[in-house]
Design a binder for this molecule. Structure first.
Ligand code: BGC
Length: 333
C-alpha cells in the first residue's frame, strides 16, 4: 500500500488544491511524447489557453514509455491536480493509471488518443476515421486505372488506438478496391512507436521484397512518411511515388512543395487544444460541458468531441496551412 495520503504536506497540498479548484484549478497534462512537432504545439496552445482561464498546468512527457507515463500520472494524482488530461502512449496500458485517478476522484480527459476499458469523463480528438479516409481517398483517386495498382501500406503504432482508426478509414476507401483486384498491397506493416526509422525500415523491406515498381505508399503520419521518403530517396524513387501523411509538420509541408510527399492531413491543433483547455477548466470547476458524440472505449460510452480535418496537397497548402497561420510561407521555402 502506498502511504502518500498520510503525508502532511501532501494533505495540505490537497486541501490547497481543493480550495483553489474554484478559481484557479491545477491541470495535470500527461503526454506520451514531445518528439513529433505537433505535441509541442498542443502543449503550448493548451497551456496558454488554460492560463488565460486562470488555471495552472503541470506538464509531464513520458518519452514513449508506458511505465514512465503511468508513474507520471500517479505523481500528478499525488500532487492533487483537479483534472487530468492524458495523451496515452498506449491506450491499454494507461487504464491502470486512470483507475487510480478514479479512486482519487480526479476527472480524466483523454486527449487525441482514446484510453481503453476504464471510466474517463471526456474524449477530445479529431475525426480519426476521416483522416484515414482522406489518405486512402487521395491515393485511390490518383492510382493508375489501366492496370492493377501496386501500393505499400505503413500503419502507425499498434499501441495507439488512433492508428487503428486511421487504418479503418483507409480501409473504407481502399478495401473494396483491394477486394475487387484493382489494387495489390505489395507490403504492409505497423511502425512501432510511430518512429520515422521504422517507417524507413518498412519501406526498405517493401522494396527488397516487391521491387521498385510502386505506385503509392499510404502512410499514416508525416513522421513515418519522412522515414519512408528517405528510403525512396536512397533508391532514386522519391517524387515518382505517391506518399500520404498527416499532421502538416513543417518538414512534410516542405516535402510537399518539393514534390517528394504528395499530401498531408492538416489538423487545426489550435481548435482542439483550446477546446480541451476549456473543457478541463469546466470539469475542474464542476461543470459538465456538452459533447455531441459518444465513443465506446470497451466499458463506457465516453462523451466525445471530434474536430474536423483538412486534406492538403501542393494545390491548397497556401489556402489552408499558411492562411491559418500554422506555418509561415517563408519557413516553407
Ligand atoms: C496522432 C497523430 C500523430 C501520431 C504520432 C497519433 O495518435 O493522432 O497526429 O502523428 O499519433 O504521434
Amino acid at each position: 500500500m502506498k502511504t502518500r495520503l498520510a503525508s502532511v504536506p501532501l494533505l495540505l497540498a490537497l486541501a490547497a488544491s481543493a480550495f483553489a479548484s474554484k478559481e484557479k484549478p491545477v491541470i495535470g497534462l500527461s503526454l506520451d511524447t514531445l518528439k513529433e512537432e505537433r505535441w509541442q504545439r498542443d502543449r503550448d496552445t493548451f497551456t496558454a489557453e488554460a492560463q488565460k482561464l486562470g488555471a495552472t498546468v503541470i506538464v509531464q512527457s513520458a518519452n514513449s514509455d508506458d511505465t514512465r507515463q503511468v508513474r507520471d500520472v500517479e505523481s500528478l494524482i499525488s500532487r492533487g491536480v483537479d483534472v487530468l488530461v492524458i495523451v496515452p502512449h498506449n491506450g491499454g496500458a494507461m487504464t491502470r493509471a486512470v483507475k487510480s485517478a478514479n479512486e482519487a476522484k480526479i476527472p480524466v480527459i483523454a486527449y487525441d488518443r482514446l484510453i481503453m476499458n476504464c471510466s474517463i469523463d471526456y474524449y477530445l480528438t479529431f475525426d480519426n476515421v476521416k483522416v484515414g479516409e482522406a489518405q486512402g481517398g487521395y491515393a485511390a483517386a490518383r492510382l493508375p486505372k489501366d492496370r492493377k495498382a501496386r501500393i505499400v501500406r505503413i500503419y502507425g503504432a499498434p499501441t495507439d488506438n488512433n492508428a487503428k482508426m486511421f487504418k479503418q478509414g483507409q480501409d473504407n476507401i481502399l478495401g473494396p478496391l483491394i477486394k475487387s483486384g484493382k489494387i495489390d498491397v505489395i507490403h504492409e506493416d505497423w511502425a512501432l512507436d510511430w518512429k520515422p526509422e521504422n517507417g524507413k525500415k518498412i519501406m526498405n523491406a517493401a522494396i527488397t521484397r516487391a521491387g521498385r515498381n510502386i505506385d503509392a505508399v499510404v502512410v499514416s503520419n508525416d513522421g513515418t512518411a519522412g522515414g519512408a521518403i528517405q528510403a525512396l530517396l536512397e533508391e532514386g524513387l522519391a517524387g515518382q511515388v505517391l506518399v500520404t501523411g498527416q499532421d502538416a509538420d513543417l518538414a512534410a509541408c516542405q516535402r510537399i512543395l518539393r514534390g517528394t510527399q504528395s499530401m498531408t492531413v492538416y489538423k487545426p491543433l489550435k481548435n482542439l487544444a483550446t477546446l480541451a483547455a476549456r473543457v478541463a477548466v469546466d470539469v475542474a470547476q464542476g461543470r459538465k460541458p456538452a459533447a455531441a458524440a459518444v465513443l465506446d472505449n470497451g466499458v463506457k460510452k465516453v462523451p466525445s468531441i471530434f474536430e474536423k480535418v483538412i486534406s492538403v496537397d501542393k494545390e491548397n497548402l497556401t489556402a489552408t496551412v499558411i492562411a491559418d497561420g500554422f506555418h509561415k510561407a517563408e519557413d516553407l521555402r
